[in-house]
Design a binder for this molecule. Sequence first.
Ligand SMILES: Nc1ncnc2c1ncn2[C@@H]1O[C@H](COP(=O)(O)OP(=O)(O)OP(=O)(O)O)[C@@H](O)[C@H]1O
Ligand SMILES: [Mg+2]
Length: 234
Amino acid sequence: MLQIRNVSAGYGRTPVLHNITADVSNGQLVALLGRNGVGKTTLLRTITGEISATSGEIHISGKPVTKLKAHERARAGIAYVPQGRQIFSDLTVLENLRVAGYASKKSGWQEIVDELLEQFPILNEKKDQNGGSLSGGQQQILALGRALVTKPDLLLLDEPSEGIQPSIVQQIAKEIKDINKRRGITVVIVEQNLEFAASVADVAYVMDKGQIVQKLQTDHLLADVSLQHELLGI
Ligand SMILES: Nc1ncnc2c1ncn2[C@@H]1O[C@H](COP(=O)(O)OP(=O)(O)OP(=O)(O)O)[C@@H](O)[C@H]1O
Ligand SMILES: [Mg+2]
């Protein structure tokens, strides 16, 4: 459902991604791993359209999106939870969800907000509190909720376990797996935390220096310390 063909991209004149080709099939949940600064976030941003590819093609569900702007790609079914989550800290939890639904211009988003408040009791409990007052884990749930309001086909998550208390991390993993299984949403998750990545995704792409250098089973990587050192520098 996501096809990336020979995509290159960067910032200004500085190239970061070199000729990336990857496929994610419908309903799959894959991890995108790699050391700091290899281009994981840049690849997600190139898929969302925040950054334009300098060459290559991206297709979502068979449709070419390479020339579409970020808001058009969002309407085409791509949702993105950025690194650090970037929820609106001065808006309430409910307002955060409503703003995302309204901006998506998709019909039926109000019903999805109601559904999300039911599905995530913590959001219902905190619905009138400012986003900024939530803990890291609660903010991550809100960020997931905000992405789901747009009824995406493809969900891109950048380091969802970052800044979250260890006791809550497993709950976040469970919610991400649920989103993939129950809603049938295809998920790409960037992670530094290999254990977390392996607990949600069976397959990982590994990046190095702006390229995809491996596709492998996360279990295999988890069991092989020297491979972790070689591919992830840990
Ligand atoms: N806004 C920007 N302007 C210019 N260069 C950038 C920008 N953002 C990232 N870069 C550079 O692009 C390269 C890839 O960065 P990117 O953030 O995609 O890596 P990453 O794999 O997500 O790293 P991390 O694990 O630290 O999040 C790095 O060399 C970085 O310095
Ligand atoms: Mg990053």
